[in-house]
Write a protein that binds this ligand. Structure first.
Ligand code: NAD
Ligand code: UDX
Length: 467
């Protein structure tokens, strides 16, 4: 096995940035260069304001940057110098063509694979870090072998990333496991050993698992599908709770005490968001269909159907509770990110709910501690629809504080579980609102009884006694 001394990471996003910054932090003897074709993103990585917000990330970047951690747009140079290359580019759901709406778009993975093949002047270990459909490693190998200079070797590993946004740095510091898939040839095993050695600088040996390539690729899709399935399961139960008078948090707690079930990922919500769950399940559905397993495809598809139902159920509850019309009513939306401690809004349920409110002609005031006004408008307008941006500006206001968003509102929706929302001055908010003042807690973070004492009418997801 070769000893890795120089690592390149192609893709300076939510995964490439934090993962390779952590490697630089834990392995001072390894030079890490993170490259991207997006100049603006690289400039931000090299500035005081990093392009992504992640607790603990800034400290690590500031400590290592310029020493053994570099951010650059010179992709070719990084490829030429590295002995190991992480491919961490985006793999979004295809919008058009075969598999549109389900399959992962492998354009970015393929284009950087071809780039590696055309510029490499020495042998490389190429590591698939992006989440990809099964067998992508095989395609990458074929492309590399068909296009590279004679005499060079390329060993492909699959090393899927399990970090969650908002906790990325602690997940990377203490991963539950690190998975490294390889071919079972002596060369494949040797490459696997080289990468194991990198991780062994901080991850206990027993947590680094070697598997075949296929298993590794499928495990990533499977893990996300199972996690999302737990959320859809508890959300399905939340609908029963609301009708029967049961309390979803009590049900989740009592179920979670069974050691076979466990307590995590059973928090009922307005629905799951984020760039991964939906995309990866759709990918699994597509794989199942391609393998002629329609029952399996239907099974996983239902996890997404339930999530869509949960979002629209919440939005409809708001309208029906507000006497069946929200036209021209001011609604405060607290939280726009898909979860707390991130500024990421990809697939955020808050956007779905706000779009629904827009259709109902409400006036929406949004506050999120980490999402920019520009991003919120991007997420709430239809690209290409004439005058939609202007219409959105009339309907939607982005506020600088929760208090500002709530002042004069008739209803408040909690759509992200930011800690600061638990500590708001609720009596002052109540005073400032139109009456009856309503709170719709889509994250189950508020103490409904205390709010009711103040005078609010309160709806909490999955609670039988509401408003
Ligand atoms: P991202 O969009 O934040 O970052 C991807 C970056 O790759 C972009 O900055 C883009 O400019 C760059 N890029 C694309 N093609 C390139 C090329 N040919 N050359 C150079 N740069 C190129 O995406 P992300 O959230 O970091 O996700 C990356 C992958 O990791 C995806 O496959 C995703 O499914 C997977 N993943 C994401 C998470 C997560 O929490 N976001 C977690 C685990 C796995
Ligand atoms: C997920 C996986 O957890 C991670 O392992 C993978 O690498 C990437 O995808 P991420 O999407 O960043 O991570 O965040 P996660 O904590 O999984 O939350 C996803 C969504 O589910 C969020 O919208 C969150 O609010 C929601 N959620 C999570 C719930 O509604 N209830 C829960 O109990 C947990």
């Amino acid at each position: 096995p070769i000893k890795v001394t120089k690592i390149a990471c192609i893709g300076a996003g939510y995964v490439g940035g934090p993962t390779c910054s952590m490697i630089a932090h834990k392995c001072p003897h390894i030079q890490v260069t993170i490259v991207d074709m997006n100049q603006e993103r690289i400039d931000a990585w090299n500035s005081d304001t990093l392009p992504i917000y992640e607790p603990g990330l800034e400290e690590v970047v500031k400590k290592c940057r310029g020493k053994n951690l570099f951010f650059s747009t010179d992709i070719d140079k990084a490829i030429i110098e590295a002995d190991l290359i992480f491919v961490s580019v985006n793999t979004p759901t295809k919008k058009t063509g075969v598999g549109a709406g389900y399959a992962a778009d492998l354009f970015y993975v393929e284009s950087c694979t071809r780039r590696i093949a055309s510029v490499a002047t020495s042998s490389k270990i190429v590591v698939e870090k992006s989440t990809v459909p099964c067998r992508t490693a095989q395609s990458m190998r074929t492309i590399l072998e068909a296009n590279s200079r004679p005499g060079l070797r390329f060993d492909i590993l699959s090393n899927p990333e399990f970090l969650a946004e908002g906790t990325a740095m602690s997940d990377l510091d203490k991963p539950d496991r690190v998975l490294i898939g390889s071919l079972s040839t002596p060369e494949g095993r040797a490459a696997q050993t080289s990468l194991i050695e990198v991780y062994s600088n901080w991850v206990p040996k027993e947590k680094v698992i070697g598997t075949g390539l296929w298993s590794s690729e499928l495990t990533k899709l499977a893990a996300n599908a199972i996690l999302a399935q737990r959320i859809s399961s508890i959300n399905a139960l939340s609908a029963i709770c609301e009708v029967t008078g049961a309390d979803v948090d009590e049900v989740a707690y009592a179920c979670g005490l069974d050691s076979r079930i466990g307590p995590k990922f059973l928090k009922s919500s307005v629905g799951f968001g984020g760039s991964c769950f939906q995309k990866d399940i759709l990918n699994l559905v597509y794989l199942s269909e391609s393998l002629h397993l329609p029952e399996v495809a239907d099974y996983w598809r239902q996890v997404i159907t339930m999530n869509e139902y949960q979002k629209s159920r919440f939005a409809k509850t708001v309208v029906s509770s507000m006497f069946n019309t929200i036209t021209n009513k001011k609604l405060a939306v607290l939280g726009f990110a898909f979860k707390k401690d991130t500024g990421d809004t990809r697939e955020t349920p808050s956007a779905t709910v706000c779009r629904f409110f827009r259709q109902e002609n409400a006036k929406i005031s949004i506050y999120d501690p980490k999402v920019s006004e520009k991003q919120i408008f991007l997420d709430l307008t239809e690209p290409g629809v004439v005058d939609d941006a202007a219409a959105a500006k009339k309907q939607v206001t982005v506020c600088q504080s929760a208090m500002e968003a709530c002042t004069g509102a008739e209803g408040i929706c909690i759509l992200t579980e930011w800690d600061e929302f638990k500590q708001l001055d609720w009596p002052a908010i109540y005073k400032s609102m139109a009456k009856p003042a309503m709170v719709f807690d889509g994250r189950g973070i508020l103490e409904a009884d205390k709010l009711r004492e103040i005078g609010f009418k309160v709806f909490s997801i999955g609670k039988g006694v509401n408003l």
